[in-house]
Ligand binder design. Structure first.
Ligand SMILES: [Zn+2]
Ligand SMILES: [Zn+2]
Length: 261
C-alpha cells in the first residue's frame, strides 16, 4: 500500500481537518495515511506568532489519536528546522512514540517563508541560495529526522516570476543538500502539493533524478493536506515520477523504514 506521508489535522494550528474525514478520504483512495502535525519551536519569535503558534502538546495528541492508530493510519510530526530549535526538536520527538518525523524549513533567519518579508530585499538568486544553504546546514545538524520535507517549499510562496529551484541555476547548493541528506541517513519527501503543473513536475524531476544519481533510493510521498479533499492529491503524477526515476516509495512506522509497495 502507498502512504500519504504528510498531512495536518486540526491539531496543527493552520488546519481544521478532522481526523475522521482524512481517514475516510484515504480509505476511499486505498492508501495509508500519516498525520504529521506542525511543531515549529521558535515560531514564537515570529511577528505572526499571535495568529498561529505552530505548536502542540505531544501527549495530548497521542491521547487524542492513539485509538485510531493502525496499519493504515500512523502518527507523526513535522518539525520546523531552525538554528535555534535543534535541542527542542530532539526532546519533543521523544515525548511520545511518533511513527515518523519530517524535518522542514518553513522559516529562514526567523522570517516565515510564507510572508513577503523574507524576499523583500533579495533577488531570487540570493533568496533561494540562502534557503538552500540553510537547508543543507539544517539537514546536517538534525540527523535524527526521518524525512526532509518539501525541498521546493520556497517555490509555493516566493514572488519571482520563475518560482522553480532550477537545477541548472542552483546545482551546487542542491547537490550539497542532497549529499547531506544521504550522509545523514535521511531521505527526501516528494511533496505533491505543486504537482498539478507539468512544468513544476519537470523541474522537480531533475532534482529527484540527481538524488538518485548521487545514491538516493527512497522517497516518502506526501500531499501536505490541510483539508480532506487534498489527501492523496496528485499521487498519480508522483508515482509516475518515482517509477520513471527508479526511486522506491517508503514510509515510517515506529521510526523504522517501511517499503510501501
Ligand atoms: Zn511543511
Ligand atoms: Zn506540512
Amino acid at each position: 500500500m502507498i502512504y500519504d506521508c504528510h498531512s495536518h489535522t486540526e491539531v496543527s494550528s493552520d488546519s481544521d481537518m478532522k481526523a475522521e474525514d482524512a481517514i475516510e478520504a484515504a480509505r476511499k483512495l486505498g492508501i495509508g495515511l500519516i498525520f504529521t502535525e506542525h511543531y515549529d519551536f521558535d515560531y514564537k519569535e515570529s511577528k505572526h506568532y499571535k495568529e498561529m503558534d505552530f505548536l502542540f502538546d505531544a501527549r495530548e495528541y497521542w491521547e487524542k489519536y492513539e485509538a485510531l492508530r493502525n496499519d493504515s493510519l500512523l502518527l507523526g510530526v513535522e518539525v520546523g528546522l531552525t538554528v535555534g530549535s535543534i535541542e527542542a526538536n530532539k526532546k519533543f520527538i521523544k515525548e511520545v512514540p511518533f511513527d515518523q518525523v519530517i524535518g522542514s524549513i518553513h522559516a529562514v533567519d526567523k522570517l516565515d517563508l510564507y510572508y513577503p518579508e523574507y524576499y523583500e530585499d533579495k533577488k531570487k538568486e540570493q533568496a533561494y541560495g540562502h534557503y538552500l544553504e540553510i537547508m543543507a546546514d539544517m539537514v546536517k545538524a538534525n540527523p535524527y529526522i526521518d524525512v526532509l520535507g518539501h525541498i521546493d517549499y520556497i517555490s509555493r510562496y516566493s514572488p519571482y516570476e520563475d518560482k522553480e529551484i532550477g537545477y541548472r541555476e542552483f546545482h551546487d547548493l542542491v547537490d550539497l543538500v542532497l549529499m547531506n541528506v544521504l550522509d545523514a541517513g535521511t531521505l527526501l519527501e516528494l511533496n505533491t502539493r505543486r504537482l498539478d503543473s507539468k512544468a513544476v513536475a519537470e523541474s522537480l524531476l531533475m532534482i529527484y533524478a540527481r538524488y538518485k544519481e548521487l545514491g538516493g533510493q527512497y522517497v516518502a510521498i506526501g500531499s501536505d493536506a490541510h483539508a480532506a479533499e487534498n489527501v492523496g492529491m496528485n499521487f498519480k503524477m508522483a508515482q509516475d515520477m518515482v517509477d520513471f526515476i527508479g526511486l522506491r516509495p517508503v514510509h515510517f512506522s515506529e521510526r523504522k523504514i517501511q517499503y510501501s509497495k
